[in-house]
Design a binder for this molecule. Structure first.
Ligand SMILES: [Zn+2]
Length: 327
């Protein structure tokens, strides 16, 4: 089923918010933002999937205590694993690797990124879009794996309008029902109560501008030819992963089946924010097994930028093998 319906709308220039103002809205000062955005390394990474042009666009980073992302790890073992990976033991940094695909004359963004909803280091997607010559008004569709704030935060501008003014936004229906239509019980999340309240509110607030014309999909649906959603529930009720395919080429986007490969792939620890931990584990194994068996290139939304590599099946589980940089 192709559920893409392209809706052309008048572009109101006032609704188009440029890179610098979004970044400031995300929490940085103007001078700070300009310094960061003009002197940093590349935040975009281009490659091809058959006939489809693909670009990883970084929205920056978020993070938190490592134990949140490896909830069942014995503390001493977790500390040792992080030390051996040369990672900080008190804070885990997670990337925000959104993917722009250009196919059939449409520009489709997969995941919107966090914006300012999860700390001051998100919201870079607009700068990175500008760096490849595009603005938010050039995006025809935004396809979301699940409605956590770090995946939908950029859908709303600082003044409450649509950040991607022409884009049709696709969301999994089960997440819409759970997080937006109802008041979800988030007590399963291993974070302080005030964080949970802000987390739940950030989802509703980010989605407000698209409420009237959002397209709700059932995982398994094809969004456009070449972009298929795959059932991967557990992390949230509706989370989907994605297969982008063209000719013999494929890319599997694993969304939040894992947060960081060191703790959730190379080690089997479970992400604390998984709502249904058993279903999430089954989804993780099913999709990682497919990636390993078919040697499909993988994009991990939260993996170190640009998040591309392959999943290797080992005796005890899996190993993440990052892809080499393409020039
Ligand atoms: Zn996430």
């Amino acid at each position: 089923m192709n559920v893409f319906t392209l809706k052309r709308r008048a572009v109101m220039l006032s609704a188009v918010v440029g890179a610098s103002s979004m970044f400031v809205a995300a929490g940085g000062g103007i001078a700070n933002a300009q310094a960061t955005l003009t002197s940093g390394n590349a935040g975009h990474y281009r490659f091809r999937i058959g006939e489809i042009s693909a670009t990883v666009l970084s929205d920056g980073v978020i993070g938190g205590p490592p134990k949140v992302y490896a909830s069942d790890a014995p503390e001493a073992e977790l500390q040792e694993v992080l030390r051996q990976a040369f990672l900080p033991t008190d804070h885990m940094k997670l990337n925000l690797n959104t993917l722009l695909i250009e196919t059939g004359g449409r520009r489709i963004l997969i995941e919107a990124g966090a914006g300012g909803t999860m700390g001051p280091n998100g919201g870079r997607i607009f700068h990175n879009l500008a760096a490849i010559g595009l603005g938010p008004e050039d995006i025809d569709a935004v396809v979301i794996s699940h409605t956590h704030p770090d995946h939908v935060g950029n859908l709303r501008t600082a003044d409450g309008s649509k950040a991607f003014p022409r884009a049709t936004v696709f969301l999994p229906k089960a997440d819409w029902d759970f997080f937006v239509r109802n008041d979800p019980d988030l007590s399963y999340m291993p974070v302080p109560e005030d964080f949970r309240v802000r987390f739940g509110a950030a989802i509703k607030r980010s989605l407000e501008p698209v409420t009237k014309d959002v397209e709700l999909y059932q995982a398994g649906a094809e969004i456009v030819p070449g972009l298929t959603t795959i059932v991967a529930s557990g992390h949230t009720p509706g989370m989907a992963t994605f297969l982008v395919h063209s000719g013999n080429d494929q890319l599997l986007l694993t969304a939040d089946l894992a947060y960081h490969p060191v703790v959730n792939v190379d080690n089997p620890w479970r992400p604390g924010p998984d709502r249904d931990k058993e279903t999430a584990l089954a989804s993780r194994h099913r999709i990682f097994d497919r990636a390993a068996a078919d040697r499909i290139p993988v994009l991990g939304f939260h993996y170190p930028f640009p998040g591309l590599g392959r999943m290797l099946k080992t005796d005890g589980g899996y190993a993440w093998v990052p892809a080499g940089w393409q020039f």
